[in-house]
Design a protein around this ligand. Structure first.
Ligand code: NAD
Length: 366
């Protein structure tokens, strides 16, 4: 809770949200509300079926579909999608999928001003942020602008029932990472901290249940709700060391997005623990661990245990970082300390290298 007399800035993001089960059926209504007369429907190749389902629902409000979205929003793919957008005479986009597909929708909106309806099917949270990361010739650039924020979002729990168990767990912990860093952000505020705690709690409850039974509808509902809240955190306040490390590791070693977040989070939290004690209490409480003490895990350990509970891999070596190659650790440490994001604990290269060494091996966070 904010101290009496403390001051802060809170800015609400203008997104309309439709949440529930079976809500995909409202896609046409939402497209009409956005005054889109010809929507380009976007998906990855793997989710072309989801795209066809939306296209059918939109009827004559669909201009066509583009099934070529890929990870990291390469500008070359955006150019191809833009050509389709123009050829088909589209005037809006409907992106159905994870962060990769929603990223493509944002990239098109940035270049055309077209309104967007996002229909997320993972827990990554991009639909709630005014952030777009794009890649060109191996370089990633990130911008923040309300021009890329989707105007409307449909969360349909039914679409997440088929999200593979492994991706459900890591995508959910990717979402938790946004809320964790929101709790110790430089521009943290009491509203977003409330949202963060609720988001972590909903996902921490849901993810082990989904790992046990991917068709558990109540758990899927909680997870998607938590993902929404965590996405709001990512879109509203600045991220810190954890996100910087994940960007460096993902970009340098081409590691998978959600799994990288899952491995790194306990170590980043351990690094920041002493510098952000209030946030640690809130994170541990939301994870169901209560205050740290004898027999109770601290926030970092609770996150490490959550990763085990969802069956996730817990070392960078297991997800593709070259092990036994000290130069890889040095390279990652150098990049992580160059242009660092603001962080509650000062960035110390030796300590970051040690953090990375532990994460590479997957030894318990400290
Ligand atoms: P993703 O979008 O790359 O999806 C991973 C794979 O899972 C894809 O093949 C996809 O088609 C498939 N998939 C997604 N939902 C499915 C479902 N319900 N059933 C079956 N298969 C499904 O993965 P992601 O983790 O959601 O997104 C990662 C990307 O999003 C990264 O590029 C990341 O940088 C970006 N991102 C951006 C922001 C932002 O605010 N700009 C936020 C979070 C993530």
């Amino acid at each position: 809770m904010a101290d009496l007399g403390s001051s802060f800035v809170y800015q609400a993001l203008p997104v309309r949200v439709v949440f529930g089960a079976g809500t995909l059926a409202r896609a046409r209504e939402e497209v009409e509300r956005l005054a889109i007369s010809r929507a380009l429907v976007l998906t990855t190749p793997a989710q072309a079926e989801h795209g066809l389902a939306v296209t059918r629902l939109l009827g004559d409000r669909a201009a066509g579909a583009f099934h070529g979205a890929v990870m990291h929003t390469p500008v070359a793919v955006t150019d191809t999608a833009l050509a389709a957008f123009r050829e088909l005479g589209a005037d809006g986009v409907v992106a159905i999928g994870g962060g990769s597909t929603i990223g493509l929708g944002k990239a098109i909106a940035l270049r055309t001003g077209a309104p967007q309806l996002a229909i997320p099917t993972t827990y990554a949270g991009s639909e709630m942020t005014p952030i777009l990361g794009e890649t060109e010739r191996g370089e990633k650039t990130t911008r923040r602008s309300l021009d890329v924020l989707p105007e409307a979002v449909i969360y349909d729990v039914d679409l997440t029932l088929g999200l593979p168990v492994a991706l459900s767990g890591t995508s959910g912990i990717n979402a938790i990472a946004h809320a964790v860093e929101a709790l110790y952000a430089r521009d943290a505020n009491p509203i977003i901290s409330l949202v963060a705690e609720q988001g972590i709690a909903a996902l921490a409850r849901a993810l082990p249940a989904i790992a046990a039974d991917p068709g558990d509808r109540a758990a899927r509902n909680d997870a998607l709700y938590g993902a929404w809240l965590c996405g709001v955190c990512l879109g509203s306040v600045g991220m810190a060391l954890h996100h910087k490390l994940c960007h460096v590791l993902g970009g340098t070693f081409d590691l998978p997005h959600a799994e990288t977040h899952t491995v790194v989070l306990p170590y980043a939290v351990a690094y920041n623990a002493a510098a952000a004690p209030d946030a640690m209490v809130r994170i541990a409480r939301a994870l169901g661990a209560g205050p740290a003490g004898p027999g109770r895990p601290d926030a970092a350990t609770a996150l490490y245990e959550l990763a085990a509970a969802v069956g996730a891999r817990r070392s960078l070596a297991e997800i593709g970082m070259p092990a036994g190659e000290p130069s890889a650790l040095d390279r990652a440490a150098d990049l992580a300390v160059a242009n660092p994001y603001w962080n509650p604990r000062p960035i110390d290269r030796a300590a970051i290298r040690e953090l990375l060494e532990r994460a590479l091996a997957g030894t318990p966070p400290r």
